[in-house]
Structures are given as C-alpha cells and as structure tokens.
Design a protein around this ligand. Sequence first.
Ligand code: ZN
Ligand code: ZN
Ligand code: ZN
Length: 281
Amino acid sequence: MNRGSCLCGAVQFEAGPFDSMVHCHCSMCRKHHGAMFATFLTAARNGFHWLSGEEQVVTYPSSGRGLRPFCRICGSVVPTVPPHMGIAFVPAGNLEGDPGMRPTLHMFASSRASWFPITDPLPQHAGFPPGFDGGESIENPPAASNAGVTQGRCLCGDIAWEFTGKPERVQNCHCSRCRRARSAAHATNAFFRHKQLTWTRGEDKIASYALPGAKRFGQDFCRRCGSPVPRVVASTGYVVTPCGSLDSPLEKGPRGHIFTGSKAPWFEITDSLPQWEALPA
Ligand SMILES: [Zn+2]
Ligand SMILES: [Zn+2]
Ligand SMILES: [Zn+2]
C-alpha cells in the first residue's frame, strides 16, 4: 500500500497495487493541477481507501463524465474514484513514497504547451492511447494572442487574469510542498511583479491557503474548480503563477530545476536545463 495526502494533510488515502502510470498533458489537467502535466496511477477500486478527510473533498464536474476532485482547504488535487468504473485514479504527486512503478507514456501530447517540450523517450499519444476508455475528448483552448499580454484562467473560468510584459523568471520546483500542492511531478512557476497583474474577473472567488510554519508557502485556488491561480506574495512583491493555468504561450521556458534534492523518486529529469539541489546561490 502507498500512502498519500494533500498539502494541508486533511485528505489522506492509501492505494495499491497500481496497474498503470501515465503522464497527461491535456489542458484540463494542466489547469486543474496548475502544472505543465499531470501524472496518474490507476488502482482497482478495492485497492483504494480514504484514510481521512473525505468530507473535505469537493468535486468539480469538468465535462461529461469528467470529475475533478480537490481539497477544499488547500486546493490539492485528490484521487478520483468514478462511480461504476471499478478504478481509482491517483495523482502521483501526492504519494509519500515510491509507488514501485514508472510512467509508461504521454497522453494528450498534442495539447502540451509549445514552450514545454517532452524530452524523455516514452511513447507520445496525441490523445488517449488505444484501448484507454477515457470517454469524451478533452478541450484544448486556443492560445490567447493579445500581444504583450500573458493571459490565464482557472478550469471553470470563474477566475481570469492577465499580466503585462514578461515574467522575471520561470522555474521548475521539485520540493515536496510544490509536489503536494500541484499533485504533480513538480511545479512550474512564473514570477511576475505585482504591478504587472490585472484580475479580469473573479478575484473574490479565490480561496487562499497558507501552510502553517512556512514563511511564505501557500496555495491560492478557485473555490469552484480547485485550479491553482496566481498568488500574490506581499512580502516579496512577486506573483507566483502556476504555469499550467496560462492560456498564452511564454516566450521563454524554465531557467532550470530547483530543489532537485527533493525530487519524486518516480520522476527522471531528462532535459538539459541547469539543476540546483536546493535554491540557486
Ligand atoms: Zn488539503
Ligand atoms: Zn489530462
Ligand atoms: Zn475555477
């Protein structure tokens, strides 16, 4: 059995053994996780148990049969247990240990962001792989093209924003907090200045979670769909923006990987970007 939890720890579960592990680049996963891709494990329904916090789980119905559950306190994505399917889908980023399995393919590779290439040798499928009963196709919103403006919105669309100009930096973070917050292999965050940000709608629909004991770490997310949204950090003047929520392409991808000392055991870095064990000097 493998244990997992959301960022705040209210929702806990155990699952296993697992039958499959895949990366998904669809726009819904990217928005719901706030990450550049999601990684899911599947287990038989009777191999999955909630240990605590099931009453904190809110499920946003994204489309057709699509269910997108998250923790109402911290916004982490939590496992999906669709009725009548006999399967549980577990976001790998929330696991505490090594599931003893590795991802075998990329799905919805055609939806990935143009500036975030896939660099490992795993098979890539444009949509669902053959034989995968995924139900309906998944939306892929056209990239916004307002010159000089970077636009983003949450999965349900209640919250939307734009930044003028470019981010000061973009980086992948592998720390355990980011992995649990985004329920993914790592976070990819863009750092903008506060004055670059305009909320175009729904600022009042943001829920904010501050991690107890952390200086600045937290997660802001949509109350209705759970998607992470830009988080204004007053003490630094930066807006930490989950890149999975962006509709506009970025001109430049991440400068590298930070906190690789905390990297998930099941994820291998295969690009050639610089890596830092913790923070860059
Ligand atoms: Zn939580
Ligand atoms: Zn997906
Ligand atoms: Zn939303």
